[in-house]
Design a protein around this ligand. Sequence first.
Ligand code: ZN
Ligand code: ZN
Length: 413
Amino acid sequence: MIRHYGYSDKTQLAEHFNVQEFRCKCGKTHDILIADELIDKLEKLFTKLNCSKIIVTSGHRCSAYDKSIGNSGVGQHINGNAADICCYGKDGKPISSKLVCCTAQDIGFGGIANITSKYIYTHVDVRTSNIWYGDEVVNYHTLTKDFYQYFGISKADTTSKADSQKAIKGIDVSKHNGLIDWNKVKSDGVQFAILRAGYGNLTSQKDARFEEYYQGAKAVGIPVGCYWYSYAVTPAEAKQEAEVCLSIIRNKEFEFPIYFDLEEQKSLSTGKANSSAIIRAFCGELEKAGYWAGLYMSRSPFVDFTDDAIKTRYAVWLAEYADKLNYTGAVGMWQKSSTGRISGISGNVDINECYIDYAEKIKSAGLNGFDNCQIVDAPSIAPVAPALPKSRNDATVEVSINGETYSGKLNKK
Ligand SMILES: [Zn+2]
Ligand SMILES: [Zn+2]
C-alpha cells in the first residue's frame, strides 16, 4: 500500500527509516509518497547486508523534479515505490552495489539497478510487473535475470556477509578417497579438511583411514574437522551414535566442528519433528562433551526436515551441487561439488567453502580438544557460536588450572 505523508511528517516508519528521508528534493512542500512494502524490504536489506546504516539519496520525487534531473517524469520514484540508496557495512564503508543488487534480488525487489560506475549507489523499487534488473551505467534496460551471474558473485558472498569473512576452500574425505598426499593437497590451496570419523553405532565402523588422514593433515598444518554419518531413526539411537563418535575423536584436536551427517532416507522419512529430535540428541551429546556440534545435510532436506530452531542452532554445512547455494538463511559451510579435483588425491573430491573462522572461535573457547583446562559448564560456553539466541551475551565458566579453580563471566565481543 502506498501512503501519503505530510511534508513535515516525521513518522518513524521502521527501525531504520523515517518519512523525512524519502522527501522529494524539489524544494516545494508537497506530500511524501512511500509504499509500505518498500520500507519492509529495505529493513530486510538492512538486516541481510548487516548494515550500519542505509542512506536514502533519493526517495519520492514529484514528476516535475524527476524531469528536472533528466528523467521521464513517470516511474517508480514518482509513485513512492522506489529508493536510491547507499548501504554501509559495520566497518563504516559502503557495501558494493553488486552485493546490494544480489541481496535485493534475494529479498524480491521488482526493480534493482546499479547506479554509478563505482558501484556505490543502488536503485531499488517494489514494482510488481515488468521486473527490471539493470545497470544504469550501461543503459536503462533489463540486462540480466540473475545478478549473481551478471556480476560473477557467489551466493556464498551474500549468505556470509554477516560474518564478513572471506570464504576459504576445503575438502571433505573418507576412506573412499584412498591414499592422500597431504603436501600436494596443501600446495593446491586447500585450507581445511573435514574427515569422516565413521558411521552408525559401532566403534568398528570407524573410518578405516580416519587416523591416517588426521595425522596426514595435521602434519602439513591443514586444520581439520570431522563428520559422523548417521543411520539413526530415533533420538536414542542418535545419542548412541554420538557416544561412539566421541570415543573415536577423543584425544584429538579439531579446528572445525564435528558434524552430524543426516541424509539416510530411513532417518528423514520419520518426519520433521523426529529428524529434528535426532539432530538435537546427537549434537547435544557432543556439546555436553565440549565439542562444537554441526549439522551436514543437503539443502532441500535441511529446509524440509528440520525445524526453525535447528536451522540456527548448530554449525550449518549444506550440500548443493550448483553454481550457487539456493538458501538464504545463515550457513557456515557449503559443499558445492562432489566432483572436484585436488592435487594429491586421485579421482573426485568433495569441495567446500567455509565462511566462518571456526578455528579461531573453537580455540579461544577451548572446545574440540583444545582445552587444557576443564570446562565445567560446557553448554553455556556455546554463546560464542553464532547459532545461539541473540539475547545471550555472556557465559559463566569455571576452569581449573593446575588444580586451582577459577570462575567468571565471559562477555560476548
Ligand atoms: Zn517534488
Ligand atoms: Zn532510482
